[in-house]
Design a protein. Structure first.
Length: 181
């Protein structure tokens, strides 16, 4: 069997992630995974108290993470474009921005739900470390997701195997001159 050159219809546009995008992708993924670990920690400490996994507590009860904290990080991991810190890695442009927007909305929704849950408690509750850790992970995950926005990334054409076949003319150049239009 001989090697055949793919047709132009089989080539797709892809971003070549730089160090910023690869690092931000790693950070956002780690934040989502740590939130899942926090949910597991809350499940294992469900009948007891653990400041690290409790959102708030008073003398009678502790407020734990709900099952919604399972759906949020899982959906965020699914929505995040997979950009692993490998050389010669590309990320298809087709849904890249839409996936970043979806992940951003999930991070924001998680923060809003967390704040609403904690502020909706009466004054007898004291906020525990789990609230601060969860909020911190969601904020860092949100910032990392925003840092993945494909500004200044080179665009190439790849085949179905992810092999670069063409470099786009003018890739990664600014839309206008830095000195004027």
């Amino acid at each position: 069997m001989g090697f055949s050159e793919p047709n132009n219809g089989q080539l797709r546009d892809a971003y070549v992630p730089n160090r910023r995008v690869r690092f931000a992708s790693d950070v956002a993924g780690i934040c989502a995974v740590l939130l899942l670990v926090g949910l597991l920690g809350a499940a294992f400490s469900w009948w007891g108290r653990s400041a690290l996994f409790d959102l708030a507590s008073n003398e009678l009860e502790a407020v734990k993470m709900d099952i919604g904290f399972l759906a949020g990080p899982v959906l965020t991991l699914i929505a995040l474009p997979l950009v692993i810190g490998r050389t010669r890695q590309v990320a298809l442009t087709q849904w890249f921005r839409a996936r970043l927007l979806a992940a951003t909305l999930l991070w924001v929704a998680g923060l809003v739900i967390l704040v609403a849950k904690v502020t909706g408690l009466d004054s007898s509750y004291s906020v525990e470390a789990g609230t601060y850790v969860s909020a911190g992970l969601m904020a860092v995950g949100l910032l990392a997701t925003l840092a993945m926005w494909p500004v200044g990334l080179a665009v190439v054409r790849v085949d179905r195997n992810g092999l670069v076949r063409e470099t786009m003319a003018g890739a990664a150049r600014p839309a206008h001159s830095p000195t004027g239009p």
